[in-house]
Design a protein. Sequence first.
Length: 58
Amino acid sequence: MGGNSDKAVGRVKKAAGDLTGDRQLKSEGKKQETAGAVKNAGKKVRDRAHHVAEKIKD
C-alpha cells in the first residue's frame, strides 16, 4: 500500500479499536498510520534529492 492508503486504513483501525475497546486493533492502527506517514516522508526526501540532483546537473 502507499503511504496515504496506510494512513487511512490505520485511522480506521484505530477508530474501530476505540469504539470496540480492542486495544490490539487500536495499536495496529497507530502503527499502520505511522508507517504511512514514514512512507510519505521518505517519498518527499527522494523527490527533493532528485530535484537537487537535477539542478546540480544543469
